[in-house]
Design a binder for this molecule. Sequence first.
Ligand code: T46
Length: 280
Amino acid sequence: MEYELIDFKVRGDERGSLVALEGSSEIPFEIKRVYYIYGTKREVIRGRHSHRKLQQVIFCPQGSCDFILDDGKERQTIHLNRPNCGLYIKSNIWREFTNFSEDCVVMVLASEHYDEADYIRDYEKFKQEATVEFVAFDKEFLEASWKWLNMEPIKLLTNTPNFTKQQQIEWYNNLKKNKSYFIQGIKILNQPIGVYGLKNIKHDEAEYFGYIGEISFWGKGIGKLMLQKAYKEAQKRNLKKLYLTVLHSNQRALSLYSHFGFKENKKKSTNKLLFMELFL
Ligand code: T46
């Protein structure tokens, strides 16, 4: 679990104690916002969300409470009860906080301004996003994609022609030297669930492809994450355009691509396939 408890120096003298929090040196990010919470009843549970980008250092300058942190794999409870102790959490951690002492004040230093779009307030959605991994396309994925691409409806929706095991192995063996091809596997909690990538990569454009082979993971927001990864890869390669083809009947994919910003190029669409492009 990625979090840190930071003990800040107490500069005390006979008049009392003082803790100074210096931006940029002691706090691991530029502080853009400070907020504090008080007067919360003991049994109330606050939080119940994660953040996509926000980093925070959280203090109990007075009283105590429990922070329950969850990274999608494990849960840990941290009891905050010392005024000079900061709990540093980065993004993608689900947090709940409760067990507030009557006098509890929770003070938070935040790396970003308030932005509701940065919150994930649905636990299942958080868990998908937190546990999805984009990894090298290896033999485990080769086997899985053999299964997926020979199975309806994936074969149909991806418009995959018949191919033999031998052809697939040859394609795989050529991958490393094929500079016009970029492919990654997608795992959730270590289970291969799909692939995505760029093909026909030229100096300024490439074709996006991707599918989730494990049908139970459809409709959970993973398609958007795949597109975001492909978009970043295209930016890294200084491409100017991404394009793709999709069956007219594949409404789910069509709506995902349109929401992401892909637009149909009618001149290039056919009766069967819609041609869509996105300028970076
Ligand atoms: C977090 C935990 C530790 C604002 O308008 N501006 C702000 O800066 C904040 C933090 C909140 N709000 C509004 C949004 C809600 O209408 O205040 C209301 C309560 O916020 P929320 O329900 O998100 O509060 P908590 O205590 O559940 O969570 C807060 C932070 O929002 C969150 O980032 O990590 O404290």
